[in-house]
Design a protein around this ligand. Structure first.
Ligand code: BTN
Length: 323
């Protein structure tokens, strides 16, 4: 490990307390001047380090730099087996996950990027992923589920995100079916799940759960500016939210078959009880959203009174009628 990483790791493990230059120099067997130079390199990477005469250096908890060490230190015991990969820039963390799987990667992993140059969304859309202001990450899991059940992982992921946000903040996020997370009237998180199938068994050999959360993004491209928003959880860092989502995902995925997360999904539903529009065969339909079934399907009552369950697609909430 380089001196920079050693000092950074030590400061991270002792976050919010001061460590003298002398102590760091002795611990790592280098001169105080080498410590000072290394601290400056760490600052140049974007970390906020306070230096106080006669006290030393302190890594500010406000440093919002993605860090494997920090995320690892916040993972629960059950989540410790997740292999973490942090990149400054990727085309798409889902693409990187696919590349790893096709190269034979078999472990549980979380791939995180500080920016994505080709972030992908559902239905062939792109996902705006500017640097430093969002969380762009993909879990690789190997759940041995049939394809139908693999879909439930997406539902589970949206529950993991809302629970993580609630555990760390006073924010009350809601889920818009299928799996967009809203804060107020703005979408702050989208999820794109992709499965790599074993054709012989018909099972999802590996599932990639791509999660994009706008944390502090303030301006969005015009085409999404009216509906995109950010979590803006003052004082928290991306590392903390990433670890919290990973911890929740681990708990939910360990008990996927008991479907208990569906209760949490219903509790956070943005659309149950609302009038919605959706398309079937290019035809616009209007309905009332009645419930979420145990498979994450959306149960709707059509204007004709017929009850129908939607398993995929996209709905629009009719705000005028629902207010
Ligand atoms: C959507 O809202 O349509 C889904 C957006 C999913 C975005 C995430 S960001 C991390 C992962 N990598 C991608 O390219 N997409 C997902």
């Amino acid at each position: 490990m380089s001196l920079k990483n050693k000092i950074l790791q030590h400061l991270e493990l002792n976050a919010d307390s001061y460590i003298s230059g002398q102590e760091l120099a002795e611990k790592f067997g280098v001169s105080r001047n080498a410590v000072w130079k290394t601290i400056n390199q760490i600052k140049n990477d974007g970390y906020i380090i306070e230096s106080v005469r006669n006290k030393g250096y302190c890594l500010s908890a406000q440093s919002d730099v993605l860090s494997i060490n920090k995320i690892q230190s916040l993972l629960s015991e059950n989540a410790q087996n997740i292999k973490l990969f942090v990149y400054e820039s990727l085309d798409s963390t889902n693409n990187e996950a696919k590349r790893m799987i096709s190269n034979g990667f078999k472990d549980t992993a979380l791939i995180i990027a500080n920016e994505q140059t080709g972030g992908r969304g559902r239905l062939g859309r792109s996902f705006y992923s500017p640097k430093n202001t969002g969380i762009y990450m993909s879990f690789i899991i190997h759940p041995q589920l049939n394809i139908a059940d693999a879909v439930s992982v997406t539902t589970a992921a949206s529950v993991a995100v809302v629970k993580a946000i609630e555990n760390l903040t006073d924010i009350k996020p809601l889920i818009k079916w299928v799996n967009d997370v809203y804060i107020g009237e703005k979408k702050a998180c989208g999820i794109l799940t992709e499965a790599v199938t074993d054709f012989e068994t018909g099972c999802a050999q590996s599932v990639i759960i791509g999660i994009g959360i706008n944390t502090t993004t303030e301006s969005f491209p015009t085409e999404i500016a009216d509906r995109a928003g950010s979590v803006n959880f003052g004082g928290l860092t991306r590392n903390e939210l990433i670890a919290a989502v990973a911890n929740e995902m681990t708990e939910i995925c360990a008990n996927l078959s008991d479907k208990s997360y569906i209760k949490d999904y219903r509790r956070h539903s943005l659309i149950i009880g609302k009038e919605i529009d959706f398309y079937i065969n290019n035809e616009k339909q209007t309905a009332s959203a009645v419930d979420i079934d145990d498979d994450g399907g959306l149960v709707v009552r059509l204007q004709s009174g017929e009850i129908k369950t939607l398993h995929s697609g996209e709905v629009t909430v009719r705000l005028a009628e629902s207010n």
